[in-house]
Design a protein around this ligand. Structure first.
Ligand SMILES: *Cc1c(COP(=O)(O)O)cnc(C)c1O
Length: 406
């Protein structure tokens, strides 16, 4: 049979066709009224997508560039900071903070788990300047409770900045950035917004902007103060990634269309879409007889699944690719060979989710030797979840609006 290549990876994610067309047509110079109009429009759309009253800045870098910018702009060498680490991206926060001379306190939990609030409470000191965390840890498929962590920091009277890598949290998790008191929130282009890698975006609270004024770190390309000044005039400090910004505008238009033209409603629909794809996948995997790697706090960005004992998860990754051209990711670091991950962040719909579950059944039938395996069991579980979550369980109910492919 022929095979269509499909990404099921938590970044890069599948590309929105309308965004690809916008990229191809973006033959404009960046110091022109045409670009300024595009830039101002996209920056104001991003504010709605992120859900903040604060300025959102765009950087021509991968997501890690914005993570680095938040460390270099908001801390000084010798500052005590707290890193909450539960996977490869938490470890990145630790490395970044150390690279900029911070004294790092660490709350770390085993891969696949999230933090206890008690452990965080004990680790926050009066002199803690910043707390770094992921909204969702893409390497393990875990969602952290940002609302609870923000509330905890407030209740301890700490004035540490809360800096959240929401690179796979945005578009998969309902986040009340300003209401909860998140000081920095970071996103990346190759995740929920369905465009290629190369852009990072972030916003800072008033408190965070104050910290940016007093930081003693040298900054040049990632000087957020300069970037904000320019952004307020519809300019970027250096040559922006024009084509990606055009693509981002088209993607945010598409997301708005999912909410009947209301971008905040469209973003919420996108989040609910990811939640439904994730819930279908979890139910399917359990019915198949494979354990979830992060059963207690699963994210809607990606589902991490344990390979059966004695089977390298690379076999499942390879077979899905060889037989169905479906690209899923192996575990990272020590999780390599033990888990595989199926993404739901961005442009994944019901059809994609059913397809990957069906393909996984085929791989299980041929290569996994699972007890009680039968074709259709995991599909039935996913179908049931879909019907329940979308109100289609009884035929009489009226249909809810669904993500519609442009
Ligand atoms: C993808 C991702 C990043 C950023 O990685 P880049 O390769 O620099 O874009 C950071 N944190 C999380 C949680 C991610 O999923």
């Amino acid at each position: 049979m022929i095979r269509k290549t499909r990404l099921f990876t938590p970044g890069p994610t599948p590309l929105l066709p309308a965004a690809q067309f916008a990229m191809a047509a973006a033959d404009i110079h960046h110091r022109t009224p045409e670009f300024r109009a595009l830039y101002e429009r996209v920056l104001s759309q991003l504010k709605i997508f992120v859900g903040t009253k604060n300025d959102v800045l765009l950087l021509a870098s991968s997501g890690t560039g914005a993570m680095e910018a938040s460390v270099s702009n908001l801390t000084s060498p010798g500052d005590r900071v707290l890193v909450l680490s539960a996977g490869k991206f938490g470890e990145r926060w630790e490395s970044l903070a150390k690279a900029f001379g911070c004294q790092v306190d660490l709350v770390s939990v085993p891969y696949g788990e999230t933090f206890s609030l008690d452990a965080i409470k004990q680790a926050v000191r009066p002199e803690t300047r910043a707390v770094f965390v992921q909204a969702t840890e893409s390497s393990t498929g875990v969602r952290h409770d940002i609302q609870a962590i923000a509330a905890l920091l407030k209740s301890t009277g700490s004035d540490a900045l809360l800096i959240v890598d929401a690179i796979t949290g945005l578009g998969t998790t309902h986040l009340d950035v300003d209401g909860w008191g998140v000081d920095v929130i970071i996103g990346g282009s190759q995740k929920a917004v369905m465009i290629p890698p190369g852009l990072a975006y972030l916003s800072l609270s008033d408190r965070a902007w104050k910290a940016a004024e007093t930081s003693k770190n040298p900054r040049y390309y990632f000087d957020l103060r300069k970037e904000r000044k320019n952004a307020q005039k519809g300019e970027s400090s250096y040559t922006p990634a024009v084509a990606l910004i055009a693509a981002l505008g088209a993607a945010l238009d598409y997301i708005a269309a999912q909410g009947g033209g209301d971008l905040a409603a469209g973003r919420d629909a996108l989040i609910d879409n990811a939640e439904t794809c994730a819930a279908m996948t979890r139910a399917a995997v359990k019915a198949l007889g494979l354990p979830l790697f992060a059963p207690t706090a699963p994210s809607a960005a990606a589902t991490a699944i344990l390979s059966p004992a004695g089977v390298d998860s690379g076999v499942i990754v390879k077979e899905l690719k060889r037989r169905f051209a479906a690209i899923v990711t192996n575990g990272q670091g020590e999780m390599k060979g033990k888990i595989f991950r199926i993404a739901h962040i961005g442009l994944f719909d019901y059809m994609d989710t059913i397809a990957i579950i069906a393909a996984l059944e085929q791989v299980a039938a041929a290569s996994l030797n699972l007890p009680d395996f039968a074709f259709g069991k995991s599909l039935a579980a996913a179908q049931q979840v879909y019907a329940e979550r979308t109100g289609q369980a009884t035929a009489a109910k009226t249909s809810e609006p669904e993500m519609v492919h442009a």
